[in-house]
Design a protein around this ligand. Sequence first.
Ligand code: T3D
Length: 267
Amino acid sequence: MSDALVLVTQDAAVRTFTLNRPQALNSFTAAMHAELLAALDAAAEDALVRCVVLTGAGRGFCAGQDLSDPMVAPKFDSGAPPTDVGDAVERYYKPLALRVRSMPVPVIAAVNGVAAGAGANLALGCDLVIAARSASFVQAFSKIGLVPDCGGSWLLPRLVGRQRALGLAMLGDKLPAERAEEMGLIWLCVDDAALMDTVGALAARLAAMPVKALAATREVIDAAQHLSFANALSHEARRQRELGASHDFLEGVAAFLAKRAPNFSDR
Ligand code: T3D
């Protein structure tokens, strides 16, 4: 068994990261944060990578912060200054959430089991979330006196609306994957045995697409959340100007007109 806290595998243009602390449902320690961020940075720089998949080893996807990690565990002895939990969020979860959201290629979460706390929001921050039928999503924060982090406060209302966001975040109930799909919280729920094949096929399909345009699609959709309609139209024009000068645009149109398969290469 590997000692790595994040297993890295490559299949053609698809790089898969597997969180590897199964004994603690792949909950985050500072060391696992460092490995994952370094691995994502390396993938972002590597022209061979055209799609990234994030999944978990064992029966869980990720249970959020490891609550026994001394870095964040509350000080139970009276008199000690309180643990600065905000510092951990600033130092680890914010860079991670921003890294995922700014990857130059599509990012798929393959949610193989329970995704709780920051683990749920790490998955929900990916571009497409595919979950096994036995998986579930838990906004576990309220049960330990915290608020949703790792982007949860931003993501949840945008994905499912304010009422459902508050229901999920305040009650902290386990939301089964099937229900998450019905609500539009995730893209797809599949049988457990089909998860990795489904994700593999989807990742290969995305990797063969013009991934620069896919990353820009994520960016315009996110940017439009805080723009007026007129400004969103202007922003679309800016990105279209940039992409219209790319090799992939030439190739896409040439392939369409020649009735042949395109061969996209920009990143
Ligand atoms: O503090 C900061 O840095 C701020 C940042 C916060 C970000 C956050 O993510 S806060 C939220 C932290 N996460 C949680 O509160 C979730 C805690 N875990 C659970 O509620 C449950 O474990 C699950 C709902 C995720 C799964 O339940 P179940 O019944 O399937 O599994 P289990 O038996 O509870 O857990 C299995 C093992 O994993 C168990 O260890 P054991 O008894 O077999 O040795 C359990 O202690 C361990 N485990 C699960 N989650 C965590 C964990 N160990 C450390 N930290 C965890 N978060």
